[in-house]
Write a protein that binds this ligand. Structure first.
Ligand code: PGA
Length: 266
């Protein structure tokens, strides 16, 4: 497995993406279960990306703690005004949202979000103190023709390479191969490490000081049973978890694997 050429200690993240799932009652009981399981000595950072309407109450349930935060699953590319149905980065920040997913493949596919919009969403986040979790990843046909790096490099360049080095250092990338999302077909640890190391090299070519700092999460069918292997990869700084984040026991087990991998590094 290729090793990172840019070693640096980065705090790992376990992020749950609930997507358009869970009733209000289910979302609250999941929040309570996670809050009860997450102790202050937790070494990784936990992020819950709940549907917009639950965000404020999820934050109340988890309490204002350093190790656990909330994320929006989407954010408007516009600042404010007559954009019916949109939610601005300023609104999110005003209810305590610290992170926002940008460019999830489901947004690209079902809502035709394009590179220009995604770059604008990243900007709106950063203007409002929200950390963008920028999602990228290739489709199956692109991997089968060995174009995965080219595709991911284009996505990253278009949406993130206009940032300053310090803005990029703070941002988070989630590499989510489209063929692995919700399919039960996880990338192997070697495939994940290879792509993450390549992403870091790409960043280093333009932003040498950001490359070692930026956190790159893996997403796509992460489960309680494959998480440890992924977390053991040098350039995998955590996971963006969809299906397995909806079950408290599975998500908590992934958090434990993450804490364990941090302890192994210590
Ligand atoms: P999954 O989703 O874990 O269900 O594959 C991941 C994601 O879409 O963020």
């Amino acid at each position: 497995m290729p090793k990172s050429s840019i070693p640096m200690k980065r705090q790992k993240i376990v992020a749950g993406n609930w997507k358009m799932n869970l009733s209000y009652a289910q979302a609250m009981s999941l929040s309570d279960a996670i809050a009860a399981a997450v102790k202050e000595e937790t070494t990784c950072e936990i992020i819950l990306a709940s549907p917009f309407v639950y965000l404020h109450d999820v934050l109340r349930r988890i309490g204002h703690r350093d190790c656990i935060s909330i994320a929006a699953q989407n954010v408007s590319d516009k600042v404010q005004g007559a954009y019916t149905g949109e939610v601005s980065a300023a609104m999110l920040a005003s209810v305590g949202v610290e992170f926002a997913l940008v460019g999830h493949s489901e947004r690209r596919e079902f809502y035709s979000e394009n590179d220009n919009q995604l770059a604008a969403k990243v900007d709106r986040c950063l203007e409002n103190g929200i950390i963008p979790v920028f999602c990228c990843g290739e489709r199956l046909a692109e991997r089968e023709t060995n174009r995965q790096m080219e595709v991911v490099a284009e996505q990253l360049t278009a949406a993130l390479f206009h940032l300053t080095e310090s803005q990029l250092s703070e941002s988070i990338i989630a590499y989510e191969p489209v063929w692995a999302i919700g399919t039960g077909k996880t990338a192997t640890a070697a495939q994940a490490q290879e792509m993450h190391a390549n992403i870091r090299q790409l960043i280093q070519s333009r932003f040498p000081n950001a490359a070692g700092k930026i956190r790159i999460l893996y997403g796509g069918s992460v489960t309680a049973s494959n998480a440890s292997e992924l977390f053991a990869c040098n350039d995998v700084d955590g996971a963006l978890v969809g299906g397995a984040s909806l079950k408290a026991a599975d998500f908590i087990s992934i958090i434990h694997s993450c804490n364990q991998s941090e302890r192994n590094l210590a």
